[in-house]
Write a protein that binds this ligand. Structure first.
Ligand code: DAH
Length: 330
């Protein structure tokens, strides 16, 4: 019996060394380990073993059983792993490739870039400020008196008593003048927020570009010249424009600029595109700049409306929808 056991072990080793795939491994399992296999058969012969031999034979039988089962398990795992790693990747190389979509700049970003380029050519540098602003920078420092109805011009999202989402980019003027002494020639683009009813014409969020020039000998004529130069580059040199007297708490005198707009086949009309004026001396005092020595001009304009005009878009909401079918067109 003992010799039978050691022969079985030998032949098992031999057979195992010939196994090359799962099918032959399964054949090996059936031959040795299945219910009618060689190993269980040997166990059946155990009852005929003499008493003296029972201990040795029993031990040898158990060892054989454990050994063959372990070898089988190990080999099976190895075989399965190597099959997994060498398996063909799940790709059909004859399929047409997936198209990689190239992103592009949003129409508003493109317009901002275009405006920045024009003003860079006129010697302006670009600055930015935060969207969460103090009530003081957004209103107080810009000469809006505390309870003046001028504050009602802008429906404000207040965060608390002292902080708000800025309603215009003019507070960036304040930040800049607090940090930098004249001469200043700055362009300040950014998002602004107003608590307005959302419609085709207005949205709670839009973009503005603010301009500020402060130096010792600045004139209103220079302000006009700069803005006229800009709109000619942006809308084309034949653009028809006018300046109108207006009011802003932070400029004196103040004006608004309109352009004549006539879409094909429709009646023309004047469209307001920006506000501007000479920086009010009170604003200079608020930021510690001597108004006896320095003088400045400022302007501010929305981006969405000129962009909509330029590209023939009639609903502002589409600019914030992220609808890829729309965005793809630019
Ligand atoms: N901040 C104004 C607004 O949001 C626009 C503006 C008007 C800005 C005149 C200026 C300015 O710098 O001088 O309506």
């Amino acid at each position: 019996m003992l010799s039978k056991i050691s022969e079985t072990r030998k032949s098992f080793d031999e057979d195992l060394s010939k196994v090359s795939n799962l099918k032959s491994l399964e054949e090996l399992r059936i031959k040795y380990l299945s219910r009618k296999g060689i190993v269980p058969q040997l166990f059946e012969g155990f009852q005929d073993v003499s008493r003296e031999e029972k201990k040795n034979v029993g031990q040898a039988l158990n060892e054989l059983k454990i050994f063959t089962q372990n070898q089988y398990d190990l080999f099976k795992e190895k075989l399965e792993n190597s099959l997994k790693s060498s398996e063909e990747p799940d790709i059909d190389i004859s399929l047409p490739g997936r198209k990689i979509e190239l992103g592009s700049k949003h129409l508003i970003t493109q317009t901002l870039d275009e405006i920045k380029e024009v003003f860079k050519g006129l010697g302006f540098s670009v600055y930015e400020g935060p969207e969460l602003e103090s009530d003081y920078n957004n209103f107080g420092a810009l000469n809006f008196p505390d309870d003046h109805p001028a504050r009602d011009m802008q429906d404000t999202f207040f965060i608390n008593k002292n902080f708000l989402l800025r309603t215009h980019t003019s507070p960036v003027q304040i930040r800049l003048m607090q940090q930098k002494k004249p001469p200043i020639r700055a362009l300040m683009p950014g998002k602004v927020f107003r608590n307005e009813a959302i419609s085709a014409k207005s949205y709670c969020l839009f973009h503005q570009i603010e301009g500020l020039v402060v130096d010792t000998d600045i004139t209103f004529a220079e302000l006009k010249g700069t803005l006229v130069g800009f709109i000619k580059q942006f809308f084309g040199k034949d653009v028809v424009y006018r300046f109108r007297a207006s009011f802003f708490p932070f400029t004196e005198p103040s004006a608004e600029m309109d352009i004549w707009w006539q879409p094909k086949g429709k009646a023309g009309r004047w469209l307001e595109i920006l506000g501007c004026g000479m920086v009010d001396p009170n604003v200079l005092i608020n930021v510690g700049i001597d108004p006896e020595k320095y003088i400045g001009y400022a302007f501010g304009m929305g981006i969405e409306r000129p962009a909509m005009r330029k590209y023939g878009i009639d609903d502002i909401r589409i600019l914030f929808d992220s609808d890829i079918r729309f965005l793809r067109q630019f």
